[in-house]
Design a protein around this ligand. Structure first.
Ligand code: HEM
Length: 509
């Protein structure tokens, strides 16, 4: 650490202590709060030491807090007049994401935190800027050709990269999270730019450098959310220190890569047949910077989400041979129905749709480990949530998807158990209300890639499970590997997912 950084840390500490003192003195404000009684209210004051202590296990800590709140909603009081609500209550979620959607945009605070990385892309914009991107992209996502495109790309990536890499890795330890992230990254770049960065199966290429920089930018940007006092990251950015310096470097690499592609595509006069997201937006006379923002948001959406979901899914599966067997049985039934041999590697769109048990098993993994575990909005005008919680103007309101998956009030007293069967009704995977299970968001800003994500995840899971048995490799003396959370913009595993693969015999059944 440089002397400047040490000094900075020391000053931060003094500042924190003084601030805590000041906040304790303002505690009395709570006594007159519109949200008592019945709500668990947390002054950041009182919660500050707790927050600092629990920052590394933020999700479990806040889940515990919400479980103990009568309506699964809590208020965090911060210095000044702007406070924060965290909720795991489906009625509140419906209110903010749909019924009163216009009162709960992303808001300036959220947008500023991610501005350097995401600019004005769809993930980081409100109102007209959001609407224009949503409209153009929805059209693209709804077309049948897109689904075919995705399916074709997924098939090629599985055939030519994923299976060969896993086969080569048989017997040795492979970081499955890394493999899945590279897979998804190649896939979404093809979708967004029609460029294949070939991250899976190659090291040290420009594509791999772009991917690493993208990962760093996402992780370091989301780190800004964890500052108890945002002024600190701003000072660090101003002085070019530590994480902010690294963030700047990562963003520069990401921008350079994206800019090169956009420039060459703009110069090359798009052909009519070219069907990717970029071509749809280039046609609308958008500036190169805006095009870059659009593309970066889409890469983020497609890259981190499915790989996160599948990593947690495979980790759970490694300790649940009963679920693995049920998936294999379902795949066998589908193969028999379609006269499909095991050598025919991938499945068609319709065959994938018939995999109800697999869909249930993946959905159940996402219930417990949602790729986007918390999502924050800002309140435009003073409001009262359906459970009676008062929300002031400019307060942040966060719905906590991770906690919602672990609420008895939603899932019953077996909410902590992994049970794919809870999704099945007469063998069909049922739809859950998007407000009780907001994994893909809900309302007008609902995820555009939901169907695509399931197609991709089921293709990978079915192909891999049929060919390999996976054993998660425990670290040191522990006989059970429990991944630590890495809270980037999505929920990742801190040290990856080390697995040892065994190739199945062809007569696996
Ligand atoms: C398991 C996989 C996925 C999950 C859990 C997921 C979840 C989400 C969530 C929670 C949001 C709302 C984020 C916000 O508040 O801004 C979202 C938005 C979005 N997702 Fe997904 N997503 C997944 C896969 C994908 C894929 C593969 C794509 C396509 C490349 C995609 C495209 C989008 C887009 C474009 C939005 C922005 C929608 C808008 O703001 O109008 N997603 N997704």
């Amino acid at each position: 650490m440089s002397t400047l950084e040490e000094l900075f840390s020391f000053q931060s500490l003094i500042f924190l202590l003084l601030l805590s003192l000041h906040l304790y003195l303002t505690y009395s404000y709570l006594r007159n709060s519109p949200n008592k009684p019945g709500f668990k209210t947390y002054p950041m004051v009182g919660a500050l030491p707790e927050f600092l202590n629990n920052r590394h296990r933020f999700l479990d800590w806040t889940t515990r807090v919400l479980r103990n709140c009568p309506t699964n909603t809590s208020v965090f009081w911060r210095p000044g007049k702007v406070h924060g609500i965290i909720t795991a209550n489906p009625l509140n979620v419906e209110h903010m994401l749909k019924t009163n959607f216009h009162n709960y945009p992303k808001g300036d605070r959220f947008i500023q935190l991610l501005q350097d990385f995401l600019g004005q892309g769809i993930f980081n914009s409100d109102a007209d800027l959001w609407k224009v991107q949503r409209k153009a992209a929805s059209y693209e996502f709804n077309t049948k050709s897109l689904r075919n495109f995705v399916l074709e790309n997924v098939v090629v990536e599985i055939h030519t990269r994923l299976l060969p890499i896993l086969s080569t890795g048989t017997g040795s330890v492979v970081d499955l999270q890394d493999v899945l992230e590279r897979f998804a990254f190649d896939n979404v770049c093809k979708l967004a730019f029609n460029v294949d960065p070939a991250c899976l199966g190659s090291n040290g290429t420009t594509g791999a450098e772009f991917m690493q920089a993208f990962e760093d930018a996402a992780t370091l940007s989301s780190g800004r959310f964890m500052y108890a006092f945002p002024i600190f990251w701003r000072i660090k950015r101003f002085l070019g220190l530590g994480s902010e310096r690294r963030l700047k470097e990562a963003i520069t690499t990401v921008h350079k890569f994206a800019d090169n592609i956009i420039r060459s595509r703009m110069e090359a006069k798009p052909e009519k047949s070219e069907q990717d997201l970029l071509s749809r937006f280039i046609g609308n006379e958008n500036s190169p910077e805006f095009l870059r923002d659009i593309i970066i948001s889409f890469i983020l959406a497609g890259r981190d989400s499915t790989s996160s979901a599948l990593s947690w899914f495979f980790w759970i599966l490694s300790s649940r041979p009963d679920v693995e067997q049920s998936i294999l049985k379902e795949l066998q039934t589908i193969r028999e129905r379609y006269g499909k041999k095991i050598e025919d590697i991938t499945y068609s769109f319709n065959q994938l749709r018939e995999m109800h048990y697999l869909q249930a098993a993946i959905s159940e993994a996402m219930r417990l480990y949602p790729p986007v575990p918390v999502d924050m909005k800002a309140c435009l005008k003073e409001d009262v949530l359906p459970d009676g919680t008062f929300v002031g103007k400019d307060w942040s309101v966060t719905y906590h998807t991770y906690a919602m998956g672990r609420m008895e009030s939603i899932w019953g007293n077996n909410c902590d158990q992994y049970m794919p069967e809870r999704w099945l009704e007469e063998g069909v995977c049922r739809q859950e209300s998007a407000f009780r299970f907001p994994i893909f968001h809900a309302g007008p800003r609902m995820c555009l890639g939901k169907d695509m994500a399931y197609i991709q995840m089921k293709s990978i899971a079915a192909t891999v499970i049929e060919r390999f048995h996976m054993e998660v490799v425990a670290d040191g003396d522990d006989d059970k590997f429990i991944p630590q959370h890495l809270l980037s913009l999505t929920l990742r595993m801190k040290n990856g997912l080390p697995v040892r693969l065994t190739q199945r015999q062809i007569d696996i059944y």
